[in-house]
Ligand binder design. Sequence first.
Ligand SMILES: C[S@@+](CC[C@H](N)C(=O)[O-])C[C@H]1O[C@@H](n2cnc3c(N)ncnc32)[C@H](O)[C@@H]1O
Length: 285
Amino acid sequence: MNDRPDASNASHPDAAGPRAGGSGLDDSALEDPYAWEADLYDVTTATVSEQDVPFYTALAADAGGPVLELGCGIGRVLLPCAAAAGSAVGVDVSPSMLARAATAAAAAGLGARVELHRGDMRTVRLERRFPLVIIPFRSLFHLPRDDDWLAALATVRAHLAPGGRFAANVFVPDPELIAARQDHHGLAGEVRHPDTGQRVVLWEHTSFDTVAQVAHRRRVTEVLNDSGLVLERRHRLLDVYFRHPNEVLYLLEAAGFTVDQLFGGFDGRPPDSAAEELIWVAHPL
Ligand SMILES: C[S@@+](CC[C@H](N)C(=O)[O-])C[C@H]1O[C@@H](n2cnc3c(N)ncnc32)[C@H](O)[C@@H]1O
């Protein structure tokens, strides 16, 4: 998703909204907004992983049992959590992300310890309970309405074992960054495709509706040959439904969660006005 409108985070494909469209999109992309980017996800989230993976794996190691991740993507966080906790279960709506997660789990020798399900975090019911449920990397900002949040939080509750904990993070919207990036079109990064080795250039344009609290983001992905000729160009549209910390805390309370720990960054900083990320560990009442 996803996400915080700042340059340092602009280079990863994240928090896609439920919408995709525009000329040049094929059916698979319309059904699965992550269809093209699952392959690139690892290389474009390397910096993010340095920050959030240690936080979630520490919780997983403490959990003493399997971890459930809702919106698990390619298993970027899920796999290290499975290694730390012994096993993990991931749920995601995107077939392409899940396919990549399955491949990565097998390659890491974690195939037997990672279970993957295609499902919607608002409705999925695995009929199992876990000591730790996580929703990392702003996946909750995929959800447009309060009802969607409450449904996802009800899913978390339905899967928490007695004494279990729920940890998640979303970015903190920054009015100055929003103003600076309003209608800005710019280079978001360049990576090598992990499978083909081809140069891939990422461009982004974001238009913020600060009343509706949605960022309409267009990501343009160009595949270049070594002399810089564009071999392929793809557009993906996504909506990111951002919320301010107070709204997030209100929804957690409305869903019956008590927040035990609240941070403003993965370095453990407080959730004050300088916070870039809102990270919480909570338990159900
Ligand atoms: C920003 S990515 C994060 C992926 C992963 N958690 C990580 O940290 O790398 C958001 C993921 O949430 C998934 N997603 C979006 N809406 C969802 C929903 N309603 N239910 C389950 N997964 C969803 C997307 O397919 C995508 O894989």
